[in-house]
Design a protein around this ligand. Structure first.
Ligand code: SAH
Ligand code: SF4
Ligand code: F3S
Length: 455
């Protein structure tokens, strides 16, 4: 009997379902958790109904995100009741697990285990304890590297996930923007080692992955050492990964303006495999608000940075994040944001109403802005960003571009590929997933493009 079958027997083919909320780093973490549980013989459930163990991998970034957890837990309480004697284990992982810890069990006693993002390598052991009927809360900040202690995914799992993969290279944040919970939920900035990242990238590419997106809360703050103990920056890592045979495209996200150094900007000019797309949030165009947010740079600093990036790679698609209605934001401050957006020109962007988060300095600031004002500002900003996105997509019509085929489309004979600037391109083709194609763009939709194969 193989080791795998024995492990499966031991776990009685227990089926796990992981529901992921929040950012790409959570998507990646959920994959690593499921890889580690598969290695222990657990099966992955196709849907939540057939699961014996349900893990909710949560996000704490805004109040709405946090509320979702408790409404989902309410539904799971009913589901468990309906199951009667059949056991159902319920766990909460991710950023709410870290921020609220055992408070979650007090509010929702249906929860059996709580695991913070630094402790995922303990998951198999914790599940065994929980199955004995013990409730476990594990949210300590551990010094050991959780990723080094998690097994890499199998080839068939990587293939199932597609030709484009995430790879977390950096975690945590030391910047303490006054609105943000991330430094409290993900801990201090830590960079994974070159060796581990290369190994993991090789494993992905070997299984057929063509595009890798390096992830980190401050990914451009990544640093490490090469075999000769020379200090490396993110640009060095990108050049090293580009040497791996079979890799076609590289991306990275999310970057902080303060970590956007010259060598990384130069990589956008000198490394063709690095896609011309950059997510570089500024949050607001007002210096007064930038200061109150503790972003530690001015709007002019950001504008200069963008100029340098565009000089290195004129084709770059810029993306950003914005918060409207931060405490004390006046109409004049908001106008500064609109002006900055107008001048910079974003290919795509995310914008949010400020959400006061418990434990962050912003939540205790005077001059909180009322909801209606936030809503009005958000709408005005989104109209402008929407126009820019439309204009960006329209500017690609008639151009011949490279796309990477990712998956079948909704219509018969249609496939969906990804453009260099991240937005999807739909076209009719028989080319299989993983192919790079030259496509002529015929039409721009709201968030995507329509293309035709160009031989
Ligand atoms: N590290 C990244 C952002 C991570 S959080 C950076 O520094 O840019 C993702 C986005 O969520 C942020 O860029 C911000 O726009 C938004 N966000 C974070 N906290 C928020 C809050 N309290 N209210 C509203 N939006 C918030
Ligand atoms: Fe949050 Fe600021 Fe850190 Fe980004 S840089 S994760 S917004 S504290
Ligand atoms: Fe949310 Fe945590 Fe990501 S708070 S945005 S899941 S780092």
């Amino acid at each position: 009997m193989s080791i795998e079958t024995r492990a499966q027997q031991k776990n009685n083919l227990r089926k796990i379902f992981i529901k992921t909320y929040g950012c790409q780093m959570n998507v990646y973490d959920s994959q690593r958790m499921s890889d580690s549980l598969s290695a222990e013989g657990y099966m992955m459930a196709e849907n939540i109904e057939e699961a014996d163990i349900i893990l909710l991998n949560t996000c704490h970034i805004r109040e709405k995100a946090a509320e979702k957890l408790y409404s989902d837990l309410g539904r799971l309480r009913i589901m468990r009741k309906e199951r009667g004697q059949i056991p159902l284990t319920i766990g909460v992982t991710g950023c709410i697990a870290q921020a609220e810890g055992e408070e979650i069990i007090r509010r929702a006693p249906v929860v059996d285990l709580i695991i913070g993002p630094q402790n995922y390598h303990h998951l198999p052991h914790i599940l065994k304890e929980v199955e004995k009927g013990i409730k476990i809360v594990k949210t300590d900040y551990v010094m050991e590297d959780k990723f080094a202690n998690l097994p890499l995914p199998k080839k068939e799992t990587i293939r199932r996930r597609g030709v484009s993969a995430f790879l977390t290279v950096q975690e945590g944040c030391d910047k303490f923007c006054t609105f943000c919970v991330v430094p409290y939920t993900r801990g201090v900035e830590v960079s994974r080692s070159v060796e581990q990242i290369v190994l993991e990238a090789e494993n992905l590419i070997d299984a057929g992955v063509s595009e890798i997106t390096l992830l980190g809360q401050n990914v451009n703050g990544w640093h490490g050492k090469d075999v000769n103990a020379h200090e490396w920056r993110l640009s060095d890592l990108l050049f090293r990964l580009a040497e791996i045979k079979g890799l076609k495209r590289l991306r990275y996200t999310t970057s902080h303006p303060r970590n956007m150094n010259d060598t990384l900007i130069a990589a956008h000019r000198d490394l063709p495999m690095l896609m011309p797309y950059l997510h570089l949030p500024i949050q607001t165009g007002s210096d007064r608000i930038l200061k109150a947010m503790n972003r530690q740079h001015t709007a002019v600093d950001y504008r200069h940075l963008i100029e340098r990036i565009r000089k290195a790679q004129p084709d770059i698609a810029l993306s950003g994040d914005f918060i409207v209605g931060f405490p004390g934001e006046t109409d004049a401050d908001f106008e500064e944001t609109l002006k900055l957006v107008h001048d910079v020109f974003y290919a795509s962007a995310y914008s949010f109403k400020y959400s006061p988060r418990p434990g962050t300095p912003g939540a205790d600031m005077a001059n909180q802005i009322d909801e209606q004002k936030k809503e009005e500002r958000l709408q005005r900003l989104q109209i402008l960003l929407g126009k820019q996105q439309k204009q960006f997509l329209q500017s690609k019509v008639g151009k011949v571009i490279d796309i990477l085929i990712e998956k079948p489309g909704r219509h018969k004979g249609q496939m969906i590929g990804r453009s260099p600037w991240l937005m999807p391109v739909a076209l009719k083709t028989t080319a299989p997933v993983g192919t790079m194609l030259n496509v002529i763009i015929e039409e721009a939709k709201r968030n995507s493009l329509i293309g035709r194969f160009q031989e």
